[in-house]
Design a protein around this ligand. Structure first.
Ligand code: G6D
Length: 354
């Protein structure tokens, strides 16, 4: 009789300890046909995503490391679940129901990705569960009242489900004891070639609008048409050409076409050498398209590849940045009795399945 975990394609092992001495476990989801996802409990972080390419050769499509130590020394957020509020909150301040709240500012005088001890820094707990749709693990975390300055105690979970021969589904849920902003996402850096930079990838984004930002990456509040701007990815374009036209990489929130709260296609990225195509579907109103502008080659990742500038791209499905300060942006406030839900899928096509 196979061990319970093997039966459902989920195994786990001790990965190491945090600097504070907390055990970190690594979960492996394997569909038995070449798709493998690894997730560690620190930050409910995706550490590996490997699929068969067009020749049937296994290929890493996400940046990552083989040891916890390397993750701890590498760029922050890589692969991590980000929260309580992903992206920026200007000056770490927002008003809610007549009261001003101050959050910890950790990025250029603003609050970024949940602050100094955001959800990416927490060791999430795991509850065993069985999904009939594929190997699956649910991670959960409790963010206490006052965490980084946020009101309300938040209990949240993210479920990783490997859809056999198809890709990865992330399902997020959260409840709060008090009204609080919440905006979760995943910060995986994808590279469908598995090495080098992503400038030869071709990108199509299902977005007619984006939210412009100032020099500190804080939204101006405008929701602007992409037409006649370097943000126009409505037809597929080679990323290197788009970066040249933009005068640099991208780190912008794009508005997903169509009604929110239902899964709909948001982005399609393809890569010629592997023949792989990544398609993101999400319930969220937007996503941050970030092209690894701040990677600088000082970190050597899996298979000895230097993570150079543009070594990976992120499709961080979420709400718009700084939403609590822009009444014209979809709200991210969660009240007691409500449930926050998000679902995002990263589907791989072009794989030669065994
Ligand atoms: C930079 O502005 C970018 C963020 O969007 C990204 O998440 C982070 O680097 C890793 O701050």
């Amino acid at each position: 009789m196979q061990a319970e975990s093997d039966l459902h394609g989920v195994t786990n092992r001790l990965f190491g300890q945090t600097p504070g001495g907390e055990d970190v476990y690594l979960y492996t989801l394997d569909d038995g046909a070449g798709f493998t996802v690894e997730v560690m409990t620190l930050g409910a972080t995706l550490t590996r995503f490997r699929v068969p390419d067009k020749h049937g050769e296994l290929r890493d499509v996400a940046l990552g490391y083989d040891s916890l130590e390397a993750f701890l020394q590498g760029p922050r957020y890589l692969g991590a679940t980000v929260g309580r509020v992903a992206n920026r909150i200007a000056n770490g301040r927002f008003r809610m129901m007549g009261q001003e709240y101050e959050l910890h500012c950790n990025n250029n005088g603003h609050h970024l990705h949940g602050g100094a001890s955001g959800f990416d820094q927490a060791v999430w707990k795991v509850e065993d569960r069985v999904s009939l749709r594929g190997p699956s693990v649910r991670f959960h975390h409790i963010s206490p009242e006052g965490d980084e300055g946020y009101p309300g105690e938040v209990t949240c979970s993210v479920t990783y489900t490997l859809l056999p021969g198809k890709g990865l589904e992330l399902t997020y849920k959260a409840k709060s004891t008090g009204v609080t902003p919440i905006n979760l996402t995943n910060h995986t850096y994808f590279n469908l070639a598995g090495h080098g930079d992503v400038l030869q990838h071709t990108v199509m984004l299902d977005s007619d609008y984006f939210t412009p930002v100032n020099t500190e990456l804080i939204p101006t509040g405008e929701v602007k048409a992409v037409a006649n701007t370097p943000m126009d990815f409505r037809t597929a374009v080679r990323l290197g050409a788009a970066v040249d036209a933009n005068g640099g990489g991208f780190d912008h929130n794009f508005v997903v076409k169509g009604a929110t709260r239902v899964l709909r296609r948001a982005a399609v990225v393809s890569e010629p050498d592997s023949g792989l195509v990544l398609i993101m579907h999400t319930t969220e109103p937007g996503f941050q398209f970030y092209t690894g502008n701040f990677l600088d080659g000082t970190h050597v990742g899996r298979n000895g590849h230097n993570y150079v500038q543009y070594a990976g791209f992120c499709l961080e499905a979420q709400h718009y940045p700084d939403s609590p300060n822009h009444v014209n942006f979809p709200t991210i406030l969660l009240a007691p009795g409500q449930e926050y839900r998000q679902q995002t899928r990263y589907v791989l096509e072009g794989c030669k399945l065994s």
